[in-house]
Write a protein that binds this ligand. Structure first.
Ligand SMILES: NC(=O)c1ccc[n+]([C@@H]2O[C@H](COP(=O)([O-])OP(=O)(O)OC[C@H]3O[C@@H](n4cnc5c(N)ncnc54)[C@H](O)[C@@H]3O)[C@@H](O)[C@H]2O)c1
Ligand SMILES: [Fe+2]
Length: 374
């Protein structure tokens, strides 16, 4: 058990800009800091908006980040950075882009990806880092982790290091207006899952609980609005903040069974990270209710879900997600029933997350959840 007296460490960016138009602060900050060679890491969908950053000096662009990048894609990005020799890298995109930007920053020197997987193995960084999210989901800009898929094993690998913390972050809702409704819904549920899984976590801490409450409260209130009307600036801004709070939750506490069960759906079935988490969310929320009753009740109240029984909670949580336009059935998302046992064994073996879950989950119980989501 933790209480307010339990030790906890948080890393924060040195500068944080928020609100409509705040992307331009990146350029002003870069000018003040005296950066001259800037590499923007992004994707074609965002390339037309790079001007919003107002960057000074010599600007190069690497727009080759793939969604849910793997280690081969990362290697291409590192090679681009080795050539460009930037003194500042700007990650301008969703979680996929930001994680690649973070890793470039620590892999331009002598360390390889294999050298740095796991906690605290990064030796240092080779350039400054600014992160500008263009989806409201992962909260990667608030955290010290970066994830890529190992191209040979198809496992998600996580690097955790203080050197992955950006120097500067700008949360500008104007950049997220173009996110399609289905991606808005899935990434918003990912942000909520970060908050919920940290809130009910074995390692939960009251300081983090407060961020978690703010985060799932904002998602509950503003995600339906942003899905209904993508040009709702206030809702977009609120969701960026919710994602940021979720990112804070990931640092010292992290996720649990929800994300572990989502990973095989991402790496094997190729579902987008947010979608994979949405499909799993109602099931793990309900599974954990018996051991996390009071906190689950808080979450359910924020979302307006019945929570008098496990089945009512599961049903309402699934409907809440489906009402946002998310396809919640694995069978409709391309899964075959013969896939499920292998995924269950794989998810169960992700101990770094499964061990955080408040209720122990056996391989058979993981399989039951996949079957229920099927
Ligand atoms: N570092 C962390 O702590 C952390 C936490 C959670 C997830 N992740 C990782 O983040 C990745 C997922 O990130 P994501 O959910 O943001 O998805 P994403 O970055 O893959 O983006 C989703 C889709 O939206 C598009 N897109 C992005 N911005 C857009 C915009 N403004 N307008 C229109 N389209 C836009 C992208 O091109 C992509 O097709 C995964 O690899 C996941 O493992 C990292
Ligand atoms: Fe996530």
């Amino acid at each position: 058990m933790t209480d307010y007296a339990s030790p906890l460490r948080l890393f924060q960016p040195r500068q944080f800009d928020y609100g409509s138009g705040s992307a331009a602060q990146v350029g002003l900050w870069a000018k003040i800091e005296g950066f001259r060679r800037i590499l923007v890491v992004t994707q074609p969908v965002m390339a037309g908006l790079i001007d919003r950053l107002g960057l000074p000096g010599q600007v190069e662009v690497f727009s080759g980040v793939q969604p849910e990048p793997d280690s081969d894609n990362l290697a291409t990005a590192v090679a681009a950075a080795v050539q460009a020799k930037p003194d500042l890298v700007v990650g301008f995109g969703g979680g996929s882009v930001m994680d690649v930007a973070k890793l470039i920053t620590v892999l331009r020197g002598s360390q390889t990806l294999a050298d740095v997987i796991g906690p605290h193995r990064v030796a240092g960084r080779q350039n400054a880092l600014a992160l500008v999210p263009t989806t409201a989901g992962t909260g990667s800009e608030a955290g010290i982790r970066a994830l890529v898929t190992d191209a040979s094993s198809l496992n998600k690998v996580a690097v955790e290091s203080r050197y992955l913390m950006p120097d500067m972050v700008a949360l500008d809702p104007d950049l997220t207006m173009s996110v399609p409704a289905v991606v808005t819904a899935a990434t918003g549920i990912d942000a909520m899952a970060h908050c919920v899984e940290a809130f009910t976590n074995r390692k939960a801490h009251p300081l983090i609980d407060n961020y978690a409450r703010l985060g799932f409260g904002l998602v509950a209130r503003y995600l339906p609005r942003a899905v209904r009307d993508g040009s709702d600036t206030e809702a977009r801004a609120a969701l960026l903040l919710a994602a940021y709070y979720g990112g804070i939750c990931l640092g010292p506490v992290n996720t649990a069974a929800g994300h572990a069960l989502a990973y095989p759906l991402g790496t094997r079935l190729k579902l987008a990270h947010g979608l994979a988490n949405a499909v799993i969310f109602p099931h793990v929320l309900a599974f954990n209710q018996p051991v996390a009753g009071a906190k689950t009740a808080e979450i359910a109240s924020a979302l307006g879900l019945r929570h008098d029984s496990e089945s009512a909670l599961r049903e309402d949580a699934a409907r809440w997600c489906a009402d946002l336009g998310v396809e919640m059935r694995l069978s409709r998302l391309g899964a075959l029933s013969e896939h499920l046992p292998g995924w269950a064994a794989e998810a169960h073996s992700i101990r770094r997350l499964m061990d955080n879950n408040p209720r122990d989950m056996s391989v058979d119980q993981v399989l039951d959840i996949y079957r229920a989501a099927f």
